[in-house]
Design a protein around this ligand. Structure first.
Ligand code: HEC
Ligand code: HEC
Length: 159
């Protein structure tokens, strides 16, 4: 009987040891926006969503919004030496490309002084401008465009 109990105890301890060891050698991955798996396990790469290509420009949700990009930018190089976006959107190239020129704010330095070339502050376009895809948002939000905010205020005042 004694042997049985201590044997069982030993087994339980060994099991616990294995569980703890794997907790250290292969801990669960942080449950971020893409939860699941352990550090060493590779999960399937999520599919890259199809970019929505639209003819024409999107309405901005508020005046200072960086307009969203209505075309695919797959493979467009933007680095220290080359900026594919400016191939079409620069002051010189825009008319021939039929693209809107970057606005005058993109030529302002930090003192709001207009300079001849696109300011370094605005060089990496995708810091602010993004393409659109029809996906389930990873994080829910209750954002409303400015017209909706105003309409809601008018509605509230009427009541
Ligand atoms: C081959 C030329 C070309 C390249 C390269 C290009 N664009 Fe465009 N882009 C256009 C054209 C043309 C439009 C206007 C679309 C329309 O009016 O139908 C446009 C529209 C846009 C708009 C919408 C502007 C608005 O007021 O709604 C943004 C933002 C934009 N592009 C950003 C970018 C960024 C960022 C890059 C680089 C990653 C880029 N574009 C590269 C041709 C280009
Ligand atoms: C720091 C954020 C930021 C960066 C970086 C930036 N933009 Fe913008 N962009 C904006 C905002 C905000 C607007 C709308 C207000 C304005 O015109 O300044 C805008 C407007 C635009 C427009 C519409 C212009 C018009 O007159 O309708 C185009 C086209 C554009 N950006 C292209 C680009 C390109 C190409 C780059 C990279 C060379 C770039 N932007 C970098 C924030 C940015």
């Amino acid at each position: 009987m004694k042997w049985l109990i201590s044997g069982g105890l030993l087994l339980a301890l060994a099991g616990l040891g294995v569980a703890l060891a794997s907790e250290f050698t292969d801990p669960p991955a942080p449950d971020g926006l893409r939860p699941g798996g352990t550090i060493s396990r590779s999960l399937d790469t999520p599919v890259i969503s199809e970019v929505i290509e639209r003819r024409g420009r999107e309405i901005r949700n508020y005046p200072e919004q960086p307009p969203v990009i209505p075309h695919s930018i797959r493979g467009y190089q933007v680095d220290m030496r080359f900026n594919r976006c400016l191939d079409c959107h620069s002051r010189e190239a825009a008319p021939a490309a039929g693209a809107p020129m970057v606005s005058v704010t993109h030529f302002m330095d930090r003192h709001k002084q207009v300079i001849a070339a696109v300011s370094p502050d605005r060089y990496f376009c995708t810091q602010c401008h993004v393409t659109q895809a029809d996906v389930d948002p990873l994080v829910r939000n209750e954002f409303k465009p400015v017209d909706q905010v105003i309409a809601d205020m008018v509605e509230r005042d009427r009541r």
